[in-house]
Design a protein around this ligand. Sequence first.
Ligand code: NAD
Length: 418
Amino acid sequence: MRFLLDNPTFAMACRQFDQAADLLELPRALRERTKWPKRMVAVAVPVRMDSGEVSVFNGYRVQHHLSLGPTKGGIRYAPGVDLGEVSALAMWMSWKCALMGLPFGGAKGGVACDPQMLSRRECEALTRRYTQELISFIGSRSDIPAPDLGTDEQIMAWMMDTYSNHAGYAVPEIVTGKPVSIGGSLGRREATGRGVAFLVNRAVEMGKLASPVRVIVQGFGNVGSHAALELARTGASIVGVSDRTGAVYRSGGIDLAGLQQHVARQGGVRGFPEAEPIDDREILLQPCDVLIPAAVERVITEDIARKVQCRILAEGANGPTTPEADEVLAERPEIFVLPDILCNAGGVVVSYFEWVQDLQSFFWSEREVYDALNRMLTDALAKILKRAEREKVSTRMAALMIGIERVAAAKKLRGLFP
Ligand code: NAD
């Protein structure tokens, strides 16, 4: 299996796992069973393009472990997607679901494509064919997809429709992150970003820094924009924002409503006239209280970790910080890290609520959704802080240890089959 997964992000996820497994003193056999993805599929996705030509895209879905319930995880549309990247993301989903006490294993999927270059019709055709190829692999009791980088509610609606046409009746519980009008949950769209903001505000209340708070956000998509909007609503000043088109900075605070209008018109933050352009890398190094990487993996490298000037690193993205950078951060106790599997867990927690609502055909108010989410995030943060203090480890290691321990315990209890 190893040769299939030759990818730097997978190597990073394995390194994190090995460190936590060493600390947990997991026996060799249990460690191997807990680490490797249970099932992986790769599919060819042929699409007739608007030009009349047929292009074949590579699609993947990985189910990391099946010991605690169905698997759960997003679908990513991005040019660099491969089996190793998807497997790393599935592994992190396992630890995240276990940390949050959800009855799920981790999964992830994706198609190697540039969604910006697809027309709406091409994107729909690709989504429907990818879903069709996965029909026998996914299911509302076995594996439930959701949105991730490059995918959104519309794509989930097409997935749900394709699956439902195959079943012969509506199966809303096959995906989460759908539009509310076809069985989505109130609050799901904003849940990941609002969860990030909630945890940042909890950290401020705990005295990790004094308000008012200056924030820099990398990535202004679903997670980054909702985190920024919620933090601005609760009194923070968003001084820098970047995305794949560029970066903008304004020390007095950026007008987010204006920036959103600009992004809707221009497709990115670049050229926003009411802030200064700045280099993509430099923006991460500007003085701020909270730095939120909310785009892609491995952006907080060893070098960046030495130079960042934040007090809270709130990981909206999955895997934004390399293990080498973690070693640097260990030497910088003034920086409080909200690790990814906690910080962005709002998304999967509200996806869980959406799945439960769909199965029961009984829908909650937004207030109920956020009361339950905030309670679960508060509990998970408290558990991590307690574990980090007890074991003298970083918040990331504490979070991973709690998640991995739960998965390993389930495997041990259920035993080997046959
Ligand atoms: P998205 O597609 O909505 O937005 C991604 C944003 O990142 C866009 O603004 C894009 O321009 C920007 N971006 C892409 N590459 C970049 C780069 N190299 N440098 C700077 N900016 C870049 O995606 P999203 O759903 O917001 O996901 C962002 C991250 O959050 C991913 O790591 C994803 O796995 C993670 N995440 C998402 C959810 C969710 O509910 N959507 C949940 C948990 C974690």
